[in-house]
Write a new protein. Structure first.
Length: 493
């Protein structure tokens, strides 16, 4: 066997969306997988693993095994990931390593969400074949893979820091304070960052909002662009209520040659994974992502290239702060002429739960087929917690597939965790904050992460009497008085 015969390649992709009829997530997954397999029919018999990205809108019992049955495949293994938007890229990294080592021949990675249908009350939780999903009535469960730790701990739960839009907005407050912006000024700056994403979504055939918008449209708070959490209006937030599915088929170059599809192959050059300090309240600087920097540095190093050698990017973009963290971690500019997305991002292309980055990978593969060069995809799980990065190329990598090693970097990151107090009586300086608004514009919640005088962090919610005074404010750097269990704060020492 030639040295490059075990090189992992993506040979086919499939993407779909449904705007009209109600549909289940598994039915969408089946559509995407069928499109993918139709692109490489000679490799159907080589699929010995089906990996399903965790489905938030309901997948029922053994989604991988049900898909295999509906698609008439007989894989040796079916698996489903834990929760996390990093999962698609993590699964590709995992598949590439298995194929390179000769442990797998063909891995079909599939994901879908039917949140639109669920919101309308129409999506049944059944297999794609229509069978009732009752435990014991269907196939054996899939293997569960990935890091299944919860995304928040007791401190975050006590302060009401549960929804992604709350936690990410708190990260944004740190970035705004560092820039010296008021919230209104920062919102305008974010509009300029995100407007190019809408232009990309406008040209994507499976984007949920294929509409190009100006920066001012994104930043202006209005009845149809209400403030959700300071500084984010609706058009800067990931849009989950979509019906979208995606699939990619990863195999060896030898198998692709045998099936006559090697001309369409895009090579998996490298991949790497890392995490931040796990719980947001314990991070020394919630406005930066050293874990993402570690994963990107390791992936690029394993590929033998520098960031300037990358031709196209898709950075995760559930909220603008993640884009800002990524450009800082990569050492590039927010207005880099290469662009930051190939899909349009989660607020505009659509945010199908944990599956967005599978669309990014599929789109990147299609782009590299047309234009050549190299591409980098970054994916994030939980609250910018789990990071996965992949590097792809139209030509074979110089040293074959390689996994980047982040062991030492992860040890350093973990050691920076700040102790978190579950309760305290005393003064503190705000590290991160946000104000969550109801639909009528009133303040619903205003959580903070603050640093106590003894150096510990504490997560606290505003007392009822403070909320009205917090509209439009960024509290980062201000002193507050904390008391009670669960902790509550009031302004001033």
């Amino acid at each position: 066997m030639a040295p490059d015969d075990r090189s992992p390649v993506v040979v086919s992709t499939g993407q779909c969306l449904e705007r009209a009829a109600p549909v289940s997530a598994l039915a969408l997954a089946e559509r995407a997988a069928a499109l993918c397999l139709d692109g490489a029919p000679g490799l159907r018999h080589k699929v010995d693993r089906i990996s399903v990205v965790n489905i938030m809108s309901g997948a029922g019992h053994a989604p991988g095994a049900r898909l295999a049955r509906q698609l008439k495949l007989e894989p040796a293994r079916t698996e489903v990931s834990t929760i996390g938007g990093n999962s698609p890229q993590w699964l590709v990294n995992k598949a590439a390593a298995a194929i390179s080592a000769g442990e797998a021949e063909g891995v079909l990675i599939v994901g879908a969400e039917a949140q639109r249908s669920v919101q309308l009350g129409h999506a049944p939780v059944v297999g794609p074949d229509g069978a009732d999903d009752v435990a014991g009535a269907g196939p054996a469960p899939d293997l569960v893979v990935g890091d299944g730790r919860p995304g928040v701990g007791a401190a975050e739960m006590a302060a009401g820091m549960l929804a992604p839009v709350h936690v990410y907005a708190m990260f944004e407050s740190v970035i705004a304070h560092r820039a010296g912006h008021t919230m209104e000024e920062h919102r305008a700056a974010l509009g300029r960052v995100m407007a190019p994403f809408t232009a990309v979504a406008a040209t994507h055939p499976t984007a949920w909002f294929p509409v190009a918008r100006h920066a001012e449209e994104l930043a202006a708070v209005s009845p149809d662009n209400r403030l959700v959490t300071e500084p984010y209006p609706k058009r800067m937030c990931a849009f989950l209520h979509v019906d979208q599915g995606a699939a990619v088929l990863v195999t060896s170059l030898a198998a692709a040659r045998a099936a006559g599809v090697d001309d369409d192959a895009v090579f998996c050059w490298s991949g790497a994974d890392a995490a931040e300090v796990w719980f947001p309240s314990a991070r020394p600087d919630p406005g930066r992502a050293p874990g993402l920097r570690a994963a990107a540095t390791a992936a690029l190093g394993a590929a033998g290239i520098a960031i300037d050698d990358v031709g196209a990017f898709d950075v995760y973009s559930c909220f603008p702060c993640v884009v800002e963290m990524a450009v800082e971690a990569f050492g590039i500019a927010a207005d880099d002429t290469r662009g930051l997305t190939v899909t349009g991002g989660l607020p505009y292309f659509g945010g199908p739960g944990n599956d967005y980055s599978l669309h990014a990978i599929a789109t990147m593969v299609d782009r590299l087929r047309r234009h050549g060069g190299t591409g980098l995809v970054s994916a994030i799980g939980w609250y910018a917690t789990k990071h996965s990065v992949g590097v792809y190329g139209r030509r074979p990598p110089a040293t074959g597939w390689r996994a980047g090693d982040t062991t030492d970097a992860q040890r350093v990151i973990d050691a920076t965790a700040v102790p978190v107090a579950e309760s305290a009586e005393g003064n503190a300086v705000v590290v991160a904050s946000t104000v969550a608004a109801d639909r009528d514009g009133s303040v619903r919640a205003a959580p903070v992460i603050a640093r106590l005088d003894d150096g510990r962090h504490i997560a606290a919610a505003a007392t009822d009497g403070e909320r009205a005074a917090l509209v439009g404010r960024n509290l980062v750097g201000e002193r507050v008085a904390v008391s009670g269990r669960p902790p509550r704060y009031r302004l001033g020492p």
